[in-house]
Design a protein around this ligand. Structure first.
Ligand code: HEC
Length: 222
């Protein structure tokens, strides 16, 4: 599990958003994206994140915080209430894929079903969801991104995850994004066997094992 100090509450909180489970809430995720992706400061992130983390090298003339928090909150609300894409039609092949997905161990980390906690907002209260993730960090060995500790802090990411640790990526909606990017590779996602093959508790000594695993996943998400 990943813990990090929340900027909003100043308390140590479970963090489950972001590739390294380094972000505590969608509000902080929004504010983080505003400053790091668009250069817009806000009350939670009032200081510009300059290239190579060199302060003073990217000061614009606009007074900080550039957003008073209103936009960041609206963006967080949008993400909070955005439903995941629905599943495609459930055929026999899909059912078979789903079963294989569980049998070969993918569902150990990519948990098919979770229930939200109590929430004053009715739409979020005790809701069953199917994210295909446990939102926990796992030692992914050589599949880790190599970012961790001091290196992560230098880039402004408050990661507590180690270099080889990644958060289980939710798989909902994975059938929707485009399959091929402009380089001819896989768009947002990688082929399942490449993404997690070696972390699955089944032998992967044969190529056919990989193919079987991929096709299980493909039939599940189509
Ligand atoms: C030990 C836990 C674990 C197991 C078991 C596991 N995964 Fe994963 N999976 C992860 C983690 C962690 C990531 C994120 C890795 C990364 O970002 O490099 C991930 C990422 C993925 C992705 C990429 C999603 C994206 O949007 O980039 C796919 C697809 C995937 N897993 C499919 C599978 C399949 C199929 C299996 C079974 C063969 C499986 N996983 C078994 C933990 C696991």
């Amino acid at each position: 599990m990943s813990f990090a100090t929340s900027r909003a509450t100043q308390r140590l909180t479970v963090a489950k958003f972001g590739w390294k489970a380094q972000v505590q809430s969608l509000l902080e995720f929004s504010a983080n994206a505003y400053v790091n992706e668009m250069g817009i400061t806000s009350p939670l992130f009032p200081i510009e994140n300059c290239p190579n983390a060199l302060p003073g090298t990217c000061n614009d003339t606009v007074q900080d915080p550039e957003d008073d928090g209103t936009d960041v909150q609206l963006f967080a609300d949008f993400m909070t209430f955005l439903a995941p894409p629905p599943r495609g039609s459930i055929t026999r092949e899909v059912r078979r894929g789903e079963k294989t997905f569980a049998i070969i161990g993918c569902a150990n980390c990519h948990l098919p079903t979770l229930v939200t906690g109590r929430n004053p907002v009715r739409a979020l209260n005790l809701k069953v969801l199917h994210p295909y993730s446990d939102f926990l960090l796992h030692d992914m060995g050589s599949l880790g991104d190599g970012i961790g500790g001091d290196q992560a802090n230098a880039t402004g990411t408050e990661a507590v995850a180690k270099r080889n640790e990644m958060r289980t990526q939710p798989l909902w909606g994975i059938r929707v994004p485009p399959r091929v990017d402009e380089d001819g590779g896989w768009g947002r996602t990688r082929p399942p066997a490449t993404a997690c093959g070696s972390r699955t508790p089944t032998p992967r000594s044969t190529a056919s094992g990989n193919v079987r695993r991929s096709s299980a996943a493909v039939s599940l998400w189509r």
